[in-house]
Write a protein that binds this ligand. Structure first.
Ligand code: SME
Length: 160
């Protein structure tokens, strides 16, 4: 049994450190990427307040394909270069969107989503997946969230 209990009193960087420690422990020695992504999605959901979607898209050929996640059912395939996720892949850069209605080409999978954070996962310099977080709160994600998820994405790049 894994029992990771986030401490609500922790400052955000400390909460991300706790999340990263849990993610490293739960994936240690496990090479199955789907199992690991599923557990990471569960940890994101457990540790981060104010989300309505948390999960992965993988780069397969010239598109992104839905991976393990928690939230409402989502669009399955996204062309690279479109939407927030496809833009993160095309630019190989984190996309932190305060208001998705102002992001040209944003793909709405859950009408409740207002803010989005998408972080690329890299292996050998190439984007192989993204971590995608959605929130129903405008401007929900700050620079500390981006840094925390980027650290998590680095870990994911070691086994994905
Ligand atoms: N909003 C994303 C699509 C994926 S869902 O948020 C889960 C985008 O614009 O790429």
């Amino acid at each position: 049994m894994f029992d990771y209990t986030p401490d609500p009193a922790l400052a955000k960087p400390d909460r991300y450190r706790q999340l990263l420690d849990a993610a490293a422990e739960i994936t240690r020695g496990e090479r199955d990427g789907i199992a690991n992504m599923a557990n990471i999605a569960a940890l994101l959901w457990q540790f981060l307040p104010g989300l309505n979607w948390a999960g992965f898209y993988r780069v397969l050929g010239d598109e992104l394909v839905l991976g393990p996640f928690i939230g409402k059912p989502a669009c399955i395939r996204i062309a690279i270069g479109t939407g927030v996720c496809g833009t993160a892949v095309a630019r190989a850069a984190t996309q932190r969107v305060a208001d998705v209605t102002r992001f040209p080409g944003h793909i709405a999978c859950d009408a409740a989503s207002r803010a989005e954070l998408v972080v690329p996962v890299l292996r050998a310099g190439a984007v192989i997946a993204v971590i995608d977080l959605d929130s129903p709160h405008l401007a929900h994600f700050d620079a500390e969230d981006a840094a925390g998820i980027e650290a998590l994405a680095s870990l994911c790049g070691t086994w994905l």
